[in-house]
Design a protein around this ligand. Structure first.
Ligand code: SF4
Ligand code: SF4
Length: 300
């Protein structure tokens, strides 16, 4: 089986984001200078091999420390994270989800297990905005202790990437931590297991329904410098783009929908009619020559 360019880039991103291979010897997480830099994809800060910071964790931290930050004027770290996400979103929208997110790659690989595949009810795709507003912004900022500090709710109570990349590995390399296992950990393991099962039957369930990072990037999809383009005059609504899309996007209903992660699979492989292209700051890329024409459609 030939690996696509995207698969190579995804794999390289996983390795670069998790390049601290000394952790089995040091038995702790990497805390060097690179940890001050966010990775564009979901990659837990507390993963023993992680070389960067998770933008989602950093954003929650910003809201969890907002009150003390406002009092002391120390908001630069949080503003850096907001700016980082804003710049990436403005340039490419949700593209990091397809190309550099380790948890996105994991879901795609698990979905390759042969099985019947199911579609999710469409209203569920709005779940990620609920997780974003509630678990990333409101709860960390509002539920605070006596000193004004909140906690990172999404990391603490939901994030399956954290359980997989940090919680379980840390229990392996730090046996004394096992004494601290409680209901919280079991709850997160249950979330991870349910998602693992769903990943077999549903395309990228976490990205489409839960991920607040994808929710943030998705807000930029229609206005980013890089945009997908649909040509309705060439589209025969064969739905091949939908069948091949790793996010279950119906491209023929419009380009740059919130779940389009700009993987380019529909452009490069699916659409034989030249009905899909992309543009950068409004400048159209060379359209792909159609392999078929409307007239070639078989009569039903
Ligand atoms: S694959 Fe191309 S022609 Fe077919 S529905 Fe999608 S955009 Fe239209
Ligand atoms: S619509 Fe096309 S570019 Fe967007 S995620 Fe689906 S296959 Fe990839």
């Amino acid at each position: 089986m030939m690996w696509s360019v995207r698969r190579w880039i995804q794999t390289a991103a996983v390795l670069i984001s998790n390049a601290y291979l000394m952790f089995p010897f040091t038995r702790t997480i990497y805390q060097g200078k690179l940890k001050a830099v966010c990775t564009p994809g979901l990659n837990c800060y507390s993963c023993p091999a992680a070389t960067g910071a998770c933008p989602l964790g950093s954003l929650q931290n910003f809201y969890a420390t907002l009150r003390p930050g406002l009092e002391t004027g120390r908001l630069h770290l949080g503003l850096y994270v907001v700016g980082f996400l804003g710049i990436i979103g403005s340039l490419v929208g949700r593209m990091p989800c397809a190309w550099v997110c380790p948890f996105g790659l994991l879901q795609e690989l698990i979905n390759k297990i042969p099985s019947r595949k199911y579609e999710i009810p469409r209203f569920l795709i709005y779940g990620k905005y609920v997780f974003l507003v509630l678990f990333v912004v409101i709860l960390p900022a509002v539920v605070v202790d006596d000193f004004g500090y909140g906690v990172t709710w999404f990391c603490k109570y939901v994030c399956p990437a954290g359980t997989l990349e940090a919680g379980i590995p840390m229990l392996i390399i730090q046996p004394p931590l096992r004494e601290l296992i409680g209901i919280l950990f079991y709850n997160k393991v249950a979330i991870l297991l349910v998602l693992f099962i769903l990943m077999v039957f549903v395309k990228r369930p976490f990205c489409r329904v839960v991920c607040p990072l994808g929710a943030i990037y998705s807000l930029f999809n229609r206005a980013s410098a890089f945009r997908m383009v649909h040509h309705p005059d060439k589209c025969v609504r064969c739905k091949q783009c939908y069948h091949d899309c790793p996010m279950g996007v119906r491209f023929y209903e419009g380009a740059n929908q919130v779940d389009c992660i700009r993987c380019l699979k529909c452009y490069r492989e699916s659409c034989k009619y030249g009905a899909i292209s992309y543009e950068i700051v409004g400048i159209p890329a060379q359209p792909k020559a159609p392999e078929k024409r409307l007239l070639d459609m078989p009569l039903k």
